[in-house]
Design a protein around this ligand. Structure first.
Ligand code: NAD
Ligand code: IPM
Ligand code: MN
Length: 356
């Protein structure tokens, strides 16, 4: 039987509510498809920061290194500044393990109520390929003249040739392997003088290596409008760290809820563990009430199964999600228009996996 060592970091807020549902679905998938998991849980969180002054221990990255994958809930909670909590846990994991691809599917699943007209399940079905290691997310810069009228801050972005080419190439390879044929690149090369024209230049160069695929470049402002007006059009959308972040909330928003959206932070070269987490955060506004949608976490676990080389189990989990959302109104959480609790939906999906 295949055996995997999984690091589990529930994190903050609803991370603690949706993670148990993903673990229960994984257990069900393990029994059904002959996969065994050892889950190692880490209490790294804002709670821990308040107790110890650190989000994770000094050797946290080393503690994670030996695992086959990392399953993460959400990081960040009122009481600790977001840039402190995120740069103390989530962002270091992405960077230390060179998880330079953040793969985020956007799919109109059955049972969702999209805020746009005339779309049915299957009509919205694309992937955001987000650069996950550099770009606008940087500590470079600083503040000058603090407290004076001339106070200013500068914040640098970093786009390396290696970092830009590898994410663009990943997007084209992904499109060729898995998708229809279109790669859309999100930039802002009319307003941002250095980095974005550079991205466009590299996009054109890499696109030439894939003459069998269509490539189009869009400025991020109009692209956000097209996500809402023509969501059917998209296939693979590649963007920088910040633009990919924004588009991967907008996409699920157009399908009706971000509660279902998953993500995979991948080191494609498999030198390090990859990390799987929902797109959403810790949702302080609903945390502790037991009403969070667990599907984003569960679908992330399905992506983990695919990555680990258990695609049958991954497909089984996703099929269970779709069948429960399509048929079981009693299991829908409030963001889906129902009154079910987190455990009702997670339990229904686990049962469907077992029967699958
Ligand atoms: P959020 O995603 O936590 O919440 C945004 C809105 O969506 C809220 O109204 C919330 O209730 C709702 N929502 C989110 N997930 C849901 C779910 N599973 N089911 C039902 N409703 C859900 O975004 P935010 O409010 O901007 O951030 C809150 C905290 O989470 C901040 O500290 C932020 O930095 C952090 N955050 C972390 C991650 C991560 O760990 N990857 C991602 C985004 C935000
Ligand atoms: C995400 C989150 C993070 C990001 C934040 C919390 C730093 O929004 O995973 O989408 O921007 O990467
Ligand atoms: Mn985000």
């Amino acid at each position: 039987m295949e055996h995997f060592e999984i690091a589990v970091i529930p994190g903050d807020g609803i991370g603690n509510e949706v993670m148990p549902e993903a673990l229960r679905v994984l257990e069900a998938a393990g029994s059904r498809y002959g996969v065994e998991f050892a889950f190692h849980e880490f209490d790294w969180s804002c709670e821990r920061y308040k107790r110890t002054g650190r989000m994770m221990p000094e050797d946290g990255i080393e503690q994670l290194r030996g695992h086959d994958a990392i399953l993460l809930g959400a990081v960040g909670y009122p009481g600790v500044p977001d840039h402190v909590s995120l740069w103390g846990l989530l962002i270091p994991i992405r960077r230390e393990f060179d998880q330079y691809v953040n793969l985020r599917p956007v799919r109109l699943l059955p049972g969702l109520t999209p805020p746009v007209r005339d779309v049915s399940p299957g009509d919205i079905d694309f992937w955001v390929v987000r650069e996950n290691s550099e770009g606008e997310y940087s500590m470079l810069g600083g503040r000058q003249g603090e407290g004076t009228p001339g106070e200013m801050v500068m914040q640098a972005s970093v786009f390396t040739r290696r970092g830009t080419d590898r994410i663009l190439r990943y997007a084209f390879e992904f499109a060729r392997r898995n998708r229809r044929s279109l790669v859309t690149s999100a930039t802002k090369s009319n307003g941002i003088y250095h980095s974005m024209p550079y991205w466009d230049e590299r996009f054109r160069a890499i696109a030439e290596e894939y003459p069998d695929l269509s490539a189009e470049q869009e400025h991020i402002d109009i692209l956000t409008a097209k996500f809402v007006l023509r969501p059917r059009h998209f296939d693979v959308v590649v963007g920088s760290n910040l633009f990919g972040d924004i588009l991967s909330d907008l996409g699920p928003g157009v399908t009706g809820t971000i509660g279902v959206a998953p993500s995979a932070n991948i080191d494609p070269e498999r030198r390090h563990p990859s990390m799987f987490e929902p797109v959403h955060g810790s949702a302080p506004d609903i945390a502790g009430r037991g009403v969070a949608n667990p599907v984003g976490q569960i679908w992330s676990a399905a992506m983990m199964l695919d990555h680990l080389g258990a695609p049958e189990a991954g497909a089984g989990v996703l099929a269970a999600v779709e069948s429960v959302l399509a048929s079981t109104d009693a299991a829908l959480t409030p963001d889906l228009g129902g009154t079910a609790r987190t455990g009702d939906l997670g339990g229904a999906i686990a049962a469907a996996v077992a029967d699958g």
